[in-house]
Design a binder for this molecule. Structure first.
Ligand code: NOJ
Length: 730
C-alpha cells in the first residue's frame, strides 16, 4: 500500500477502530494455552479482541492462521492482526543468553545469530520481536543483566546494532526477517539497589554518556519499534516521560517508528504516583508519544473518550495509528496477512542452525583460571559432576519458544568425546538450596536433605574413581531474567558444599559455572584448578562446552561484565569516575577511597579472559603525540601468538580524557578487534582514533571534545596495559 492509501484508510476508520490499533492484548486471549509474560489473563472484552491491532506471546503457523482468519473476517477494514513475541536469543534453536553473546566480542556473529532467530520465528508466524535489550547494566543483583550484553556502552552499542540489522535485514517484506524493538527506553538497567522495576536516579551526563549510548546506536539502524521501560527516571516514569520520549527519542535520535509501552507500564504510572487513574495514565502516555499500550487496558478503556473530549487531538491519534499501520505495511501484511502462516508445522532445528549455535557457545566461554594447564581435558578418567552435568535446562528464562528436549547436555556431549571407560556422571546435589526448593513447593525439607546426602555420597564415589572432576555448577534459569533480583551473588550453598567436599578428595577440579549474572567466585577460584564461565548456553550448550574442554576450540571469550569479590561492591563497573583520593597501588591506604575489607576492583574485570595459548603485545604505539580536530591518528600494536596452538584474541583499545570540564571515566573502551593467530604468527592491529571518539557531555551541556591530554591503552583487559599519551589541540 502506498502512503496515500494508508492515509485514506486512517480517514475511513472510526475512532474506536483507531484506538484499537494502539491496543495490544496477550495472545492468551485468543488461545488458552499461549505463553504470557504478564499478570492479567482473560480480562479482555470480545469487542477489544475483535479490533486490537496486535498481540504477543503466541506463535505457531497453524494456530496463528486460525486466529488471523477469524480476525480478518470480523475486522471492518480487514486490517491484519500483528503477532509479536520475545525472541530474545533464539526461537527454536537457542543461542547463548545475550550476556554470553556479549562475551564473544563478535558483532558479526551476533548479527548472524539474529538472522537465524528471525528466520525461525518468521517461519512460525511471528512478525516482530521485543529485542534487542540495549540496557546498560552495572549491577549483578539485577536479574535482567542476563538479557544484556554487559556493562559497556560500546560493546552494547555494537551488539544491539548487530541484532537490529540481523532481525530486520534489508527489507521487512522478506519472509525471513522480522521487526526489531529496541528496549527498554531508558535506563531500566540502573534500577536502584539492582531491584527490578525500581526507580532510577541519573544525572543527565551519566544518562547521555553511558546509559543512552547503546539505544542511540541501535536506533540509528532503524528498528521498527522502541519499547518504554518500567522504571521512573529522576522522578518521572519512562512511559510518560516527555524529556525521554519527545526530546531525546523523537527529536534528537530522530526515531520515527512505533513506540510501544512495556507490559502494563501505562497503567503502572498510577502505582508510580504519576497518574491518578487509568484515564490520566492513558493521557500521559499519549502525550509522551506512546503508540501502543501493551496490555494495560488504559488505551482500550479510555482513549476514545479522551479523543471525544478533545484531550487528545485527532491529529495526534491519526499520527500514532499511521505509525502502526506503516509497520504492518512494511511487513507486507496488507498484501499477505498470512505471511509465515503456511506451514503445517513449525520450523525444525536444522543442522546448519545447530552449527551456528555450537560455534556461538564455544566463542562465549570465558576461561578465568587454568592452573598448570589443567585444560584441555586429557583423555583419562573424567567425572562430570554437579547439577548442570546432565541437564537439558541450559536455556535462559526468555527462551520459552525453544524446547529443552532439543538441548544437548554436557554429559551427552561428553559421551560423544570420551570412551565409556573414561567418563562417569553424577548430579552431586540439587540445583537449588532447600529454602528455594521448598518455597516453590517442590519437595519436603526432610526428603531434600535425604536426597542431597545420597547425591553427595554418589558424587564422592565418582570423584574417587576419576583423575579429573568437571564440576558443573551455577544458577538455574529461574534465577535470572525478569523479576529475579538478588541480594546475594553466591552459588547455592548446597553447590558450594559439593565443591568443598570434592576438593577434599584431592582430585583435579575443573569448575564450569552456568549463569546469567556475575557471581562471587573467590572461594571457587581457590578450590578449582581451572574455572570457566559457560553462561546459559542454550540448545548446543553441551557441544560448545565440550569443544572447548576437549581442546578442539581454544577459549576466546572475554568478560562483558565485572565479576565482583563480593556483592557489597555492586554496582561495579570498570569505567568509573575517578575520585580525589584514589587508592594507591602500594599504600599508604588510609583516607583513600577504598573498602576496609575488600579490593576496590573486580575479582575478574571487564575484558578479561584466558586462552590455551598466550599472546604478546609488542610495541604499542601512536602515530603522533598531537592530534588536531580534523585529524585521525592511529594506535597500533603487534600481537604475537607465543604459544603452540592457534587462538583468537580480542585486542581492546581504552581511552582516558585526563582532565575535562566534567570528570571523565578512568578508562573507556573505544574500540576492539578480534583476530586469529597461528602459533608463532604475529599481526599488526591498527585502530583509528578521531575527534568524534573523544566527545562527551561537557559542563556546557554540549556533545563535544575538549583540548588537552588523553591516555590510551591497547591491551588485553580493562585492567592492564601501559598508557600512551597524546594531546588534542584545537
Ligand atoms: C515485560 C518485559 O519487561 C519485556 O522485556 C518484554 O518484552 C515484555 N514483558 C513482553 O513480554
Amino acid at each position: 500500500m502506498d502512503k496515500k492509501a494508508l492515509e485514506a484508510l486512517v480517514r475511513d476508520m472510526t475512532t474506536e477502530e483507531k484506538v484499537m490499533q494502539l491496543v495490544q492484548i496477550p495472545g492468551s486471549e485468543y488461545e488458552a494455552d499461549a505463553e504470557i509474560t504478564g499478570i492479567d489473563r482473560g480480562q479482555v472484552k470480545d469487542s477489544v479482541k475483535r479490533l486490537a491491532g496486535s498481540t504477543l506471546g503466541i506463535w505457531g503457523s497453524k494456530r496463528l492462521r486460525k486466529i488471523q482468519e477469524q480476525y480478518m473476517k470480523e475486522h471492518p477494514h480487514h486490517i491484519p492482526l500483528m503477532f509479536m513475541l520475545d525472541v530474545i536469543h533464539g526461537h527454536k534453536t537457542v543461542l547463548p543468553c545475550p550476556l554470553g553473546q556479549g562475551a564473544a566480542f563478535d558483532p558479526e556473529a551476533v548479527k548472524k545469530g539474529a538472522e537465524m532467530q528471525a528466520r525461525e520465528a518468521a517461519a512460525d508466524g511471528v512478525h516482530a520481536t521485543f529485542s534487542p535489550m540495549a540496557d546498560l547494566c552495572r549491577d549483578a543483583r539485577w536479574g535482567r543483566i542476563m538479557e544484556s550484553t554487559g556493562e559497556d556502552k560500546l560493546l552494547n552499542s555494537r551488539m544491539a546494532s548487530a541484532m537490529v540489522a540481523g532481525y530486520q535485514g534489508e527489507d521487512l517484506k522478506d519472509p525471513e526477517h522480522i521487526a526489531a524493538c529496541v528496549k527498554h527506553f531508558a535506563a531500566y538497567g540502573a534500577a536502584e539497589g539492582g531491584r527490578d522495576y525500581n526507580n532510577t536516579e541519573l544525572s543527565e551526563h551519566t544518562l547521555r554518556e553511558h546509559y543512552l549510548r547503546a539505544y542511540g546506536e541501535a536506533i540509528r539502524k532503524n528498528p521498527v519499534m522502541v519499547m518504554t521501560s518500567f522504571n521512573s527516571i529522576n522522578g518521572i516514569p519512562a512511559t510518560g516521560n516527555l524529556f525521554l520520549m519527545k526530546k531525546i527519542l523523537r527529536e534528537e535520535l530522530g526515531f520515527t517508528g512505533v513506540l510501544i509501552s512495556d507490559w502494563g507500564a501505562v497503567g503502572e504510572m498510577i502505582n508510580h504516583g504519576y497518574a491518578e487513574d487509568q484515564r490520566d495514565a492513558a493521557l500521559k502516555a499519549m502525550m509522551a508519544g506512546v503508540d501502543i499500550d501493551m496490555c494495560s487496558g488504559c488505551y482500550s478503556g479510555h482513549l476514545e473518550a479522551l479523543v471525544n473530549d478533545g484531550a487528545v487531538s485527532m491529529e495526534m491519534m491519526d499520527a500514532a495509528v499511521l505509525r502502526v499501520l506503516n509497520m504492518k505495511n512494511d511487513l507486507g501484511l496488507f498484501e499477505d496477512p498470512y505471511r509465515g502462516l503456511d506451514a503445517e508445522s513449525g520450523p525444525v532445528i536444522t543442522e546448519e542452525n545447530r552449527c551456528l549455535a555450537r560455534e556461538a557457545v564455544a566463542a562465549s566461554l570465558v576461561l578465568l583460571e587454568n592452573k598448570e594447564n589443567t585444560l584441555p581435558l586429557r583423555k583419562e578418567k573424567n567425572a562430570f559432576i554437579g547439577p548442570f552435568a546432565d541437564t537439558k535446562r541450559l536455556q535462559s528464562a526468555w527462551a520459552f519458544s525453544g524446547e529443552d528436549e532439543n538441548t544437548v547436555s554436557v554429559w551427552e556431549a561428553a559421551s560423544e568425546v570420551y570412551a565409556p571407560e573414561n567418563r562417569k556422571v553424577a548430579a552431586g546435589c540439587t540445583m537449588l538450596d532447600q529454602d528455594a526448593v521448598t518455597a516453590r513447593g517442590i519437595c519436603h525439607i526432610d526428603r531434600w536433605q535425604e536426597e542431597n546426602d545420597k547425591l553427595l555420597a554418589e558424587a564422592l564415589r565418582t570423584a574417587e574413581w576419576a583423575d579429573t572432576v568437571v564440576l558443573c555448577l551455577g544458577e538455574d534459569s529461574t534465577q535470572s531474567g525478569e523479576a529475579t533480583s538478588k541480594a546475594s551473588l553466591q552459588l547455592p550453598a548446597v553447590q558450594m558444599n559439593l565443591l568443598r567436599e570434592i576438593h577434599k578428595t584431592g582430585k583435579r577440579i575443573v569448575t564450569l559455572i552456568f549463569t546469567g549474572r556475575p557471581l562471587e567466585l573467590k572461594e571457587v577460584r581457590e578450590l578449582s584448578d581451572a574455572l570457566m564461565i559457560c553462561w546459559l548456553p542454550g540448545t548446543e550448550g553441551g557441544h560448545g562446552v565440550l569443544d572447548v574442554l576437549s581442546g578442539i576450540v581454544a577459549p576466546s571469550g572475554r568478560l562483558p561484565v565485572s565479576f565482583p569479590y563480593t556483592v557489597g561492591q555492586e554496582p561495579l563497573h570498570y569505567d568509573m569516575y575517578p575520585t580525589g583520593r584514589p587508592k594507591p597501588v602500594n599504600g599508604p591506604f588510609e583516607y583513600t577511597s577504598r573498602y576496609l575489607d575488600c579490593e576496590n576492583g573486580a575479582l575478574y574485570p571487564f575484558g578479561y579472559g584466558l586462552s590455551y595459548t598466550d599472546f604478546a603485545y609488542i610495541d604499542p604505539r601512536l602515530s603522533t603525540q598531537t592530534m588536531s580536530i580534523a585529524e585521525t591518528i592511529t594506535a597500533s600494536v603487534t600481537v604475537r601468538n607465543t604459544g603452540d596452538r592457534k587462538g583468537d584474541v580480542t585486542v581492546q583499545l581504552y581511552l582516558r580524557d585526563v582532565a575535562g570540564s566534567r570528570v571523565r571515566p578512568v578508562r573507556e573502551l573505544i574500540d576492539f578487534q578480534k583476530i586469529t593467530l597461528d602459533p608463532g604468527e604475529e599481526k599488526e592491529v591498527r585502530f583509528a582514533i578521531n575527534e568524534d571518539m573523544l566527545r562527551f557531555w561537557t559542563a556546557e551541556e554540549k556533545w563535544e571534545s575538549e583540548a588537552g591530554k588523553f591516555q590510551v591503552w591497547i591491551c588485553n583487559s580493562s585492567c592492564d596495559g601501559q598508557a600512551l599519551e597524546f594531546q588534542l589541540v584545537k
